[in-house]
Design a protein around this ligand. Sequence first.
Ligand code: ADP
Length: 160
Amino acid sequence: MIRAVYPGSFDPITNGHIYISERAAALFDELIVAVLVNPEKRSTFSEEERQIMAREALVHLPKVKYFNGLLVDFMRQQQSRIIIRGLRALSDFEYEFQLAQMNRQLAPEIETFFIVTDAKYSYLSSRAIKDAFQFGGAVRDMVPPGVYRRLRERIPPRNL
Ligand code: ADP
């Protein structure tokens, strides 16, 4: 039984994250999407909201959990040795490479797997969606319906 973990902030989950989750779920016996609780990083949505949105968007798929603290500790707790991360462009690589190397130092038994996104999602990030939405950009097709609804509740459109 091979269990993989896809960790991230998911603030909020986007169609790009869903794509990576679906690809990973097809490869491994079990996938846990893990919403990171990071007290250092100010998130737009609370940990609970991020989890609810991810659960709604991924009902057809895997387990959604959250974790607090160090990823490698969570991995050991879940008895998983595979971290899934998504790559959009070369610009993701440097950060992801550093993270993977750090996790390798902390837990040599854990492997990081990268899944390359589909070209149609390569420009999508939670940040870009929130920024575009704020200025009235049409982001409806970039996120699941539950996320779009919550964006409308959370981020008041600016009067331009
Ligand atoms: P973090 O704050 O941990 O980087 P994110 O929620 O932004 O978390 O992203 C989680 C993972 O999903 C990262 O590996 C990121 O590169 C990847 N990712 C984000 N957006 C996309 C996308 N549009 N296509 C593929 N992978 C993505």
